[in-house]
Design a protein around this ligand. Structure first.
Ligand code: NAD
Ligand code: UFG
Length: 336
């Protein structure tokens, strides 16, 4: 049985579906601080399988202990945590508490139960912003905000555990920019409040919830002056987790890999692609650069291909199409 923490979140729910489709037995947990109970029905609807789920908090060690006592958990995929860069600067303690304390609770309980296969949601944000692009796994690490540091520290904690106990194997998955949604339109990204990320902002403009998109600067040193990122379809990303889990189970070795497409797209590229597939005009205004942003980054994704035989299936048009289907079917997200 695979324990998925943060199972009802954006990436967790898509990975849950792929795990069930691949025949894994899954137990999901979440405290719903950034997700909806409706995801449970939706996952069942997509997969035709009953989803096993328990509500609980990563900060509650007793809950985690009872979970491991009562279920034959062999491996863990850990998504639960807070992910807002901006909020992490304003309220660092809750970010460190959720992301570090939550992780430590989980690792302690796993160790007590001899469970030692772990897939970790890391991020491209752990690469030092001064690195040349594309980012390669061996490049220097660092961050500019508490969220990024929490991922950096989490990686270090896991590496220390691996040194102390060689029976552990850990997949450090450094995600680039996940967008898109399941093709059913039943699950997708549903940020609470004003979206921080580009794609949910675009879809909310398209569906009429927001008047226009603010583009954070058109004077970056990029061909069209807007920021460049490596957008990856969330289903391709989810499938990367299954491959990484299989690797841990079969090879009994750790791995650190980028999960990105290896291609960069600018903000204006994404807007144009979205307009093309949706037939909707996205009104935008150019505003000041967002503090902390960098001009561009994208992945070198060769290592994931080599070690996992993982490559992406979906292009940017498909990512936009699926994001739009999700938003159109659920104008108010999960409505909570
Ligand atoms: P999300 O917020 O949609 O999902 C996280 C889930 O964890 C939510 O359902 C939330 O309710 C739950 N959660 C948070 N704290 C919890 C706690 N203490 N106990 C139990 N549940 C808790 O985010 P996501 O986009 O699905 O991201 C999943 C993981 O991937 C996170 O660790 C995030 O940092 C990482 N990541 C995300 C991105 C991205 O752009 N989405 C990029 C890189 C890395
Ligand atoms: N952007 C806008 N307007 C918006 C939102 C974003 O112009 O309303 C621009 C940004 O300036 C940037 C690009 O769109 O150039 C992408 O921005 P996002 O906020 O969607 O993504 P980031 O690359 O800034 O960060 C995301 C996650 C981080 C994660 C990182 C790498 O938010 O948590 O990807 O995985 F670390």
């Amino acid at each position: 049985m695979i324990l998925v923490t943060g199972a009802t979140g954006y990436i967790g729910s898509h990975t849950w579906v792929e795990l069930l489709n691949a025949g894994y037995k899954v137990l999901g947990i979440d405290n719903f601080c950034n997700s909806s109970r409706k995801v449970l029905d939706r996952v069942e609807k997509i997969t035709g399988q009953k989803s096993q789920f328990i509500e609980g908090d990563m900060l509650d060690e007793k809950f985690l202990s009872s979970l491991f006592r009562n279920n034959p958990i062999e491996s863990v995929i850990h998504f639960a945590g807070l992910k807002s860069v901006g909020e992490s600067i304003k309220i660092p303690i809750s970010h460190y508490q959720n992301n570090i304390h939550g992780l430590l609770n989980l690792l302690k309980v796993m160790q007590e139960n001899q469970c030692n296969k772990f897939v970790f949601s890391s991020s491209a944000t752990v690469y030092h912003p001064n690195n040349l692009i594309p980012y390669v796994e061996g490049m220097s690490l660092g961050s500019t905000n508490p969220y990024g540091w929490s991922k950096y520290m989490s990686e270090q904690i896991l590496r220390d555990i691996e040194v102390a106990d060689t029976s552990w194997s850990v997949a450090y998955l450094r995600y680039f920019n996940p967008i898109g949604a399941h093709e059913s339109g039943l699950i997708g990204d549903d940020p609470k409040g004003v979206p921080n990320n580009l794609m949910p902002f675009i879809t909310q403009v398209a569906v009429g919830r927001r008047e226009y998109l603010s583009i954070f600067g058109d004077d970056w040193p990029t061909p069209d002056g807007t920021g460049i990122r490596d957008y990856i379809h969330v289903v391709d990303l989810a499938r990367g987790h299954i491959k990484a889990l299989d690797y841990l189970i079969n090879q009994k070795q750790s791995l650190t890999i980028n999960l990105g497409t290896g291609q960069g797209y600018s903000v204006l590229d994404l807007v144009k692609s979205f307009e093309k597939v949706s037939g909707k005009k996205i009104h935008y205004q150019i505003v000041e650069r967002r503090p902390g942003d960098i001009a561009q980054f994208y992945a070198n994704s060769q290592l994931a291909k080599k070690l996992l035989d993982w490559t992406v299936e979906y292009d940017v048009d498909r990512m936009c199409k699926d994001s739009w289907r999700w938003q159109l079917k659920n104008p108010n997200g999960f409505g909570e």
